[in-house]
Design a protein around this ligand. Structure first.
Ligand code: PEP
Ligand code: MG
Length: 891
């Protein structure tokens, strides 16, 4: 093979012929060719391809190289081996591996005859520094050769030399001239190494070739790329800089970064905003940045050098740290301009990432001058600002005082690990910083559950009332900011950052959801919502209905809870009915608001499901508040002691398996009766206003078909009459002189026995909704409240595949499949949904779709995540079946 056929020249006007085998160019060679094909201002390059790199110590390439170096010099307006304006080179040893396993060598061409000319351009100090750089590269090659030859003596010598050079490179100033440095090290180098640039290059190429021929790991795919070095410190018209092709926090299409005048690199702190560089350069930089974005279909980080007025693209790579908002804006922009199709947009955002677009992000400008420390394990992604407290009680107390003083109430809990007693503080905090465990530690799990941010820093030391991270001490009450990206490294900033609140209108989320929905075929997402505000939010996020309205949540409000308490403590049924009438009024208003907000979409109202004693006063303040309420209402008051006795009478040892769900309605039919009347009063009121409703009434904790049959159809037995939903609906309809509306009665499947007897239950249920929180609890015998305390141990010993309250357990999946199969035997068109927390998890979506469910229902904020997971599952299915999904029109 002739050498000239294996040595290639490239520049921004000259790329390789199409028929050249690109696999022998190494990654860096291929990249250079790619950018030269795009006409980008890359510095030119000479590639010695992999077919010859191992034989260059026997075969002198200089006769072929010299004319090409001359040509290279013309492009960059320098001369190889020239005393006045020397062309210096970078040698990149490039294989096909992404991670480089060979060093890159800099400044070759710096020799006795060229150093003075270089010093004049960049100053003596910098020039000497660059000689050390050159030496570091060369000694690394020599060390590699010594290692490959197992020459212990030489290994020791080169290691010492490299240590010494590292020390020199760390020094602020070089005291010796470049020429003196060359003299001092010549004894360790091949003879005549610094004589001329030409000799130096020849010797270096031979050494590289020797190294490659000795290396047993060399896959014969290593090329050598030679490129000119350009310097941003040549003169006043020279600059260097680094920037992102757009704002990586907001996604705004405006360059973000810094430039430095007469500086070699961007290490100095005195940079200026890249957008303030001379307009002619800015125009070029923008054009390069956006051309690269369109080409790679990704946001880029770009390094450039302007040497004596000529701009060069030095390096470009993708940006891992971009925010989801930036990614979504970017993808939508590409889509709008026809660069990518909708499928590309939908496939390139991971569902979990959307968490970030729904939470605040840090304004990076606000933390520019903050001390910070990177690292740790992400517990729950997002960004949080707050004052630090080291115990749940001190946090809650500090927050109480802040509230009284109208001060900032944002607090971060900082503990070695959290336990059940800390949950009350996590709930009101903005985030948790802990140092034990990991993703499934209590702090992480509970934070995710409450939508808080959590970071685990195992290196943090917590003492009584202070913590030390990376040598920085934080005391109680100090502000910190946690930045925990979904992907990438987390950061603790020692100060209060400015947060940018998410706005679905400007974040691009709504347009992104529309694209996502266009790929969803026949599977739906509903929301778990129990107020008109939540309902409206759910619709804006693409929910198609409400799959779970937890009616007990409607009584938690300060005013209502005391009426509810009156109801529970009523001495007679008549008294209870009296109080229920008051509750019915407010409950009717709630339903009216929700149905109206849902504009005819399906709304599943789950009848009351909570042990009654949970509503009773538990602490001093609640007891006093309730007594006050009774006094104001002119009701018979109870003493604190009597009240506490009433609470004690109703307490259950195991409330989760006690008097809850439909069991309450069997004992106190008037409670569900009140709710049913409120539902239909609201629905018929809307009928009069010509607003459609599609109500689905859902009964919780059904154990067998008899419970459901009685609640739906009523029962008469030995002098007892139980009024069912259907009779109550008729009563309301006749009273309001309304026309019958379409409504359904169904049940939650939350107990294994209900899943197994689905065939019988389906006789009375028009729909099933799998309550996988309880179904997981009852199938695995794991308390959903206490499990987090010991889950880390189970994770440690690998006894469990993740958290079953997040990712559906195989046993629970099997019960769901059995229930679907049996339910359909009785009622083939039975409607099927899932409304436990697992519904929002992308990991569960493929199962839910394949098992035959029609929808999942999750919190409003999780709706976009579920939609994206469904769209991606549809796209993957189509791809596996060799089909192309065409996006459909979405209203
Ligand atoms: C469930 O059990 O999955 C469910 C949705 O009901 P809750 O969480 O209200 O018990
Ligand atoms: Mg439940």
């Amino acid at each position: 093979m002739k050498l000239s056929q294996s040595i290639h020249f490239l520049s921004n006007t000259e790329s390789l012929k199409k028929n050249i085998d690109k696999t022998i160019l190494g990654i860096r060679g291929r990249q250079l060719n790619e950018f030269s094909e795009l006409g980008l201002p890359v510095v030119p390059g000479i590639i010695l391809d992999a077919s010859i790199t191992q034989a260059l110590h026997q075969n002198d390439p200089m006769p072929v190289l010299l004319p090409l170096l001359k040509k290279m010099g013309t492009v960059v307006k320098k001369d190889f081996d020239s005393a006045e304006n020397p062309l210096l080179l970078k040698l990149v040893i490039s294989s096909n591996l992404v991670i480089a396993n060979y060093p890159t060598l800099h400044n070759f061409g710096l020799a006795k005859n060229t150093i003075t000319g270089f010093e004049e351009k960049v100053g003596k100090d910098f020039a000497s520094h660059e000689v050390f750089f050159l030496l570091r590269g060369l000694f690394s090659i020599q060390l590699s050769i010594a290692e490959l030859q197992a020459d212990e003596i030489k290994i020791g010598v080169y290691k010492d030399l490299l240590n010494k050079i590292s020390g020199e490179l760390k020094k602020e100033k070089c005291t010796e001239t470049g020429s003196a440095v060359m003299d001092a090290y010549q004894q360790y180098l091949p003879e005549g190494f610094f004589n001329t640039a030409e000799d130096q290059l020849k010797i270096t190429i031979q050494l590289i070739s020797t190294m490659l021929s000795l290396d047993p790991d060399n896959e014969n795919d290593v090329a050598l790329l030679i490129q000119p070095l350009v310097y941003g410190n040549y003169d006043k018209e020279s600059f260097s800089g680094k920037f992102f092709s757009r704002n990586i926090v907001t996604g705004e299409k405006k360059l973000q970064g810094m430039f430095f005048q007469e500086k070699f690199d961007e290490a100095d702190a005195d940079g200026k905003d890249i957008n303030e560089i001379k307009p002619a350069y800015l125009k070029q930089l923008e054009s390069i940045a956006w051309q690269l974005e369109d080409h790679s279909k990704d946001v880029r980080e770009i390094r450039f050098t302007i040497e004596a007025g000529k701009l060069w693209l030095i390096e470009q790579k993708s940006v891992e740290a971009k925010s989801t908002i930036a990614l979504v804006h970017f993808l939508l922009d590409l889509h709008k301009r026809g660069i990518v199709d909708a499928e590309y947009v939908v496939k390139n955002v991971k569902p979990g990432q959307l968490n970030e677009i729904l939470h605040p992000v840090i304004n990076t400008a606000s933390v520019k001058n903050f001390q910070c420390s990177k690292g740790g394990i992400a517990g729950a992604p997002g960004a949080a600002v707050g004052r630090v407290y080291f115990s749940a009680d001190s946090l809650i107390e500090a927050q109480r005082i802040a509230r009284l003083q109208s001060a900032d109430t944002r607090c971060i809990l900082c503990v070695p690990a959290s336990y059940a007693g800390d949950v009350k503080a996590i709930e009101v905090s903005t985030g948790v910083l802990s140092n034990e465990g990991g993703y499934s530690a209590h702090a992480s799990v509970v934070s995710r559950q409450y939508g808080k941010i959590s970071l685990v820093r195992p290196d943090m030391k917590i003492m009584a009332n202070k913590a030390v991270i990376d040598g920085v001490t934080i005391k109680e009450g100090d502000y910190i900011t946690l930045q925990v990206p979904y992907y990438g490294e987390s950061t603790v900033y020692f100060g209060a950052a400015e947060l940018i609140e998410p706005d679905p209108k400007t974040s691009g989320l709504l347009d992104f959801i529309a694209l996502t929905r266009s790929f969803i075929q026949n599977f739906h997402v509903r929301a778990n919502a129990d107020s008109p505000r939540d309902a409206a939010l759910a619709i804006s996020f693409g929910a198609e209905g409400i799959g779970l309205c937890r009616t007990e949540h409607m009584f938690f409000n300060e005013k209502r809870i005391n009426i509810f308490r009156e109801m529970i403590l009523a001495e007679t049924t008549e008294d209870r009915i009296e109080v229920l009438k008051r509750l019915q009024k407010v409950q009717m208003e709630d339903f009216y608001g929700i149905f109206k907000a849902m504009e005819g979409r399906e709304v599943t109202i789950r009848l009351l499901d909570a042990p009654l004693h949970e509503f009773l006063p538990h602490n001093e303040a609640e007891l006093e508040g309730f007594i006050e309420h009774l006094k104001k209402a002119g009701k018979k008051t109870l003493s604190k002691k009597a009240l506490l006795d009433e609470v004690a009478v109703r307490a259950e040892v195991n409330p989760m398996l006690g008097h809850r769900g439909c069991r309450i309605a069997i004992s106190y039919p008037e409670i569900y009766a009140m709710q049913i009347r409120a539902i239909f009063e609201a629905a018929y009121k809307l009928q009069k206003e010509k607003i459609e409703t599609h109500v689905e009434i859902m009964v919780p904790i059904i154990m067998n078909f008899r419970e459901l049959k009685q609640i739906a159809y009523g029962k008469k037995i030995e002098g007892h009459a139980y009024l069912g939903i259907r009779a109550l609906e008729k009563e309301v309809r006749e009273k309001l002189k309304a026309e019958p509306i379409d409504f359904k009665i169904g049940t939650m499947i939350e107990l294994p026995v209900a899943a197994l007897s689905a065939a019988e239950i389906a006789r009375y249920a028009e729909f099933f909704s799998f309550g996988t929180n309880d179904l997981t609890q009852t199938t695995l015998g794991l308390s959903r409240d206490d499990f987090n305390n010991f889950m880390p141990d189970y994770t440690l010993y690998d006894l469990i595949d993740g958290n079953p309250f997040a990712v559906l357990d195989p046993g629970v999946r099997e019960l769901i499949s059995i229930a679907i199969e049996r339910g359909r035997l009785t009622r083939p068109d039975i409607k099927l949904g899932l409304c436990g927390e697992q519904g929002a998890r992308p990991e569960n979506i493929p199962f839910c779709m394949e098992a035959g469910l029609h929808y999942v229902s999750c919190s409003s904020y999780s709706v976009p995540i579920a939609l994206l997971a469904i769209a991606q599952a549809e796209l993957e299915k189509a791809e596996n079946e060799g089909r192309k999904l065409t996006p459909k029109k979405v209203s």
